[in-house]
Design a binder for this molecule. Structure first.
Ligand code: 13P
Ligand code: SF4
Length: 367
């Protein structure tokens, strides 16, 4: 049978939402068990409604490894679809409906800069392989995960960073943590590492902008990276809210600044935030510091229980890159896949996948 060509996206870009919906439902039915749709909690509602499975990064990486479907359609960001490709079987195919759905924090570290950092650390500390454990947040490109796998390091997520840092210290005396300085700082402080023992490594400066003594005395070197969404939440937002609602509770994601985490009653991954809010007593009030789609969704879900769930910032803070995945892109991917036309495949080269998988496997064993 002659192979048909993939349908081009420009025919879908113009679809009204209701039409995109009808085509998603129809393509989904034709695909049956050949496809599974994984969605991160930050997905916009008009895409989240199609999720077969949802979760935070840790849960989604485990789920990706458990799927039998030929196509894993990942409604999230690029690094998540890469993890799905690494963790799934070779014959399975990971799809990101819009290739522009990246993570701006993940882009704050790259292999060239991490390799230069590693060389410079070696110059100061002697053999870096013996002195320091590289730890990458899962919000990073596959080649950085591979770097960690190859150099005795590991991956972490927002739900296991403390345990992973502890593991890192058990291997070697120091840790290099990238790309999110805030997650590293908060997790280090939970383990009792003093703020003065954690130094920010600026990848655009020689020796990270630190003196040799500062590098030698640091226990954790924190890459100068952050999430542009979570940096919007400020201590004043919490302090002002608490004066109005002294009995209220505050919860935030560990990508928020140290001060915001310190002022919160609970700090956790997206899955942990949802779990905590669901388990909270009825008629309680909450201030939540994480992405707006998640907060709106849980607020609506728990309103019948009398729970009032409020967003921490006065401004709209969406993960704009994740929001690139819209019903039109999803309809386009699914219709192509229903015809076995693979579009937007995310494929990690074998030499990277091997070491990235090692770093991810170490993480899954520790957490
Ligand atoms: P979670 O693993 O907590 O879902 O976090 C992912 C993320 O990108 C948060 O900004
Ligand atoms: Fe990346 Fe921030 Fe978006 Fe999370 S919220 S995916 S860290 S840009």
């Amino acid at each position: 049978m002659a192979q048909t060509a993939a349908i081009r996206f420009d025919r879908f870009n113009v679809l009204q939402d209701e039409e995109a919906h009808a085509r998603i439902v129809s393509a989904r039915a034709r695909l049956g068990t050949r496809a599974v749709i994984l969605c991160h909690h930050y997905q916009r509602p008009d895409v989240y409604r199609y999720a077969d499975l949802t979760g935070d990064s840790l849960k989604l990486s485990r789920l990706a490894a458990e799927q039998a479907a030929r196509y894993i359609v990942f409604c999230g960001v690029h690094f998540m679809a890469e993890v799905a490709d690494i963790m799934s079987a070779p014959e399975q195919i990971s799809i990101l409906p819009d290739l522009a759905a990246g993570c701006s924090m993940a882009d704050m570290a790259n292999l060239a800069k991490v390799e230069r950092c590693w060389r410079e650390l070696g110059q100061v500390l002697g053999n870096a392989e013996e002195a320091i454990t590289p730890i990458t947040y899962i919000n990073s490109a596959a080649d950085l995960k591979a770097f960690c796998g190859e150099h005795g390091g590991i991956v972490c997520t927002s739900s296991n960073a403390e345990a992973i840092l502890k593991w890192g210290f058990a291997q070697r005396g120091k840790a290099l943590f990238f790309p999110d300085q805030h997650l590293g700082r908060w997790s280090g402080s939970k383990l009792g590492v003093g703020l003065e023992e954690m130094r920010v490594w600026d990848p655009d400066q020689e020796l990270g902008g630190l003196s040799e003594d500062e590098i030698r005395s640091a226990r954790i070197l924190l890459w100068k990276g952050h999430c542009s969404v979570h940096q919007m939440f400020q201590p004043e937002h919490i302090l002002r809210w608490r004066t109005r609602y002294p009995d209220g509770h505050v919860i935030c994601h560990p990508e928020c600044s140290y001060e915001v985490c310190r002022l919160s009653d609970h700090v956790g991954s997206t899955e942990a935030i949802i779990r905590t809010l669901r388990a909270a007593p009825a008629n309680t009030r909450w201030l939540v510091g994480t992405e707006l789609n998640l907060v709106n969704r849980v607020a609506e879900e728990l309103r019948p229980e009398g729970k009032i769930i409020q967003f921490m910032a006065p401004l709209v803070c969406n993960c704009s890159t994740m929001a690139r995945i819209d019903p039109q892109h999803l309809a386009w991917c699914l219709e192509n896949l229903a015809e076995d036309q693979v579009v937007n495949r995310i494929s990690v080269p074998a030499h990277e996948a091997k070491f990235a998988k090692l770093a991810l496997a170490r993480m899954l064993e520790v957490s």
